[in-house]
Design a protein around this ligand. Structure first.
Ligand SMILES: C[S@@+](CC[C@H](N)C(=O)[O-])C[C@H]1O[C@@H](n2cnc3c(N)ncnc32)[C@H](O)[C@@H]1O
Length: 285
């Protein structure tokens, strides 16, 4: 691939999605964008790059951006963040939100929906404690293809074998041919929409719990800082932020602090918020 085409495509990608592609990953552009070029009858990426330059076709640019995202996910990925929800966040919210009996969860960059559905399964298992409560789970992703997949809630044998306990497969899925579909009751509890983390986050409203895992790793430092700063505006002072195992706020923002003894779980660095969460956690135990 020509150096100027790489420069143009990688800077377009960063501008549209935040994803940073270093030169050693040029092969990724080749392997992921060639199918888009072939579909249009172009022989190579130089023709694709020329078309982008000439037409600035939003449909094509959107397709390129989506093709470059990594959509790896699984049910109960890394396990611990879901134990934290069941054992720390949920008991705390049951106290702190007792007067309004409702809370909202956001699975940001949800890919094909496994994280959001895993949280819905935990909530269903804890439903005895939630009688009379309204809990909203929203999953969002940049990729329209992933949002469609998440909405359908249909997964392969391989996907349901990764991390999903067999009892949950039996309880929450129906076999459809060689695939497995999430049951309607669970699907109704979760809504999915297209949303770009680089855009205004406040348009989605406030969230008591935000899972934003395994997406910031693809961004550069200023973009991580920008996204996390905006997160402070959508999470109330006594709300929670969950990041992925390879992600941290250290050196990126001072607005969130890790919650001691609970790896991956963050609260507002603001002392009052932090103290309120700690008090609630202590009394919820
Ligand atoms: C590796 S997946 C992580 C899925 C899930 N959060 C998990 O941890 O299993 C990363 C997702 O981030 C999405 N993504 C990348 N850039 C994004 C952006 N700027 N806004 C929203 N989603 C984005 C991708 O489409 C992809 O589905």
């Amino acid at each position: 691939m020509r150096a100027d085409d790489f420069e143009m495509l990688s800077s377009l990608l960063k501008q549209r999605s935040g994803l940073v592609l270093t030169k050693d990953k040029a092969y990724l552009l080749e392997s992921r964008l060639m199918p888009i070029a072939r579909k249009r009858g172009w022989r190579g990426l130089d023709e694709l790059a020329r078309s982008v330059r000439l037409t600035r076709d939003e449909g094509l640019i959107g397709e390129i951006t989506e093709a470059m995202t990594t959509n790896e996910s699984s049910f109960f990925r890394d396990r611990k963040p879901f134990d934290l929800f069941r054992n720390i966040m949920l008991p705390t919210l049951l106290q702190t939100r007792a007067s309004r009996r409702s809370f909202r969860i956001w699975s940001a960059a949800c890919s094909s929906g496994q994280e959001a559905y895993s949280l819905a399964m935990v909530l269903d298992q804890e439903s005895a404690k939630l009688a009379g409560w309204t809990v909203e789970i929203i999953g969002t992703d940049l990729s329209s293809e992933m949002v469609d997949r998440a909405r359908r809630g249909v997964y392969s044998q391989f996907e349901v074998q990764r991390g999903l306990p067999i009892q949950m497969l039996v309880k929450y899925f129906t076999q459809v041919g060689d695939k497995w579909q999430i049951n309607p009751k669970l699907r109704e509890q979760v809504s999915f929409r297209i949303h770009n983390l680089l855009q205004d986050l406040t348009s989605l409203g406030q969230f008591d719990v935000v899972y934003c895992r395994n997406v910031l790793i693809y961004f550069d430092q200023p973009t991580k800082t920008k996204v996390l700063s905006q997160m402070t505006r959508v999470i109330p002072p006594d709300g929670f932020l969950v990041l992925g195992g390879a992600e941290t706020v250290l050196g990126i923002t001072e607005r969130f602090k890790p919650l001691a003894d609970h790896r991956g779980l963050y609260v507002h660095a603001d002392h009052d918020g932090n103290a309120a969460v700690r008090r609630a956690i202590a009394t919820a135990r």
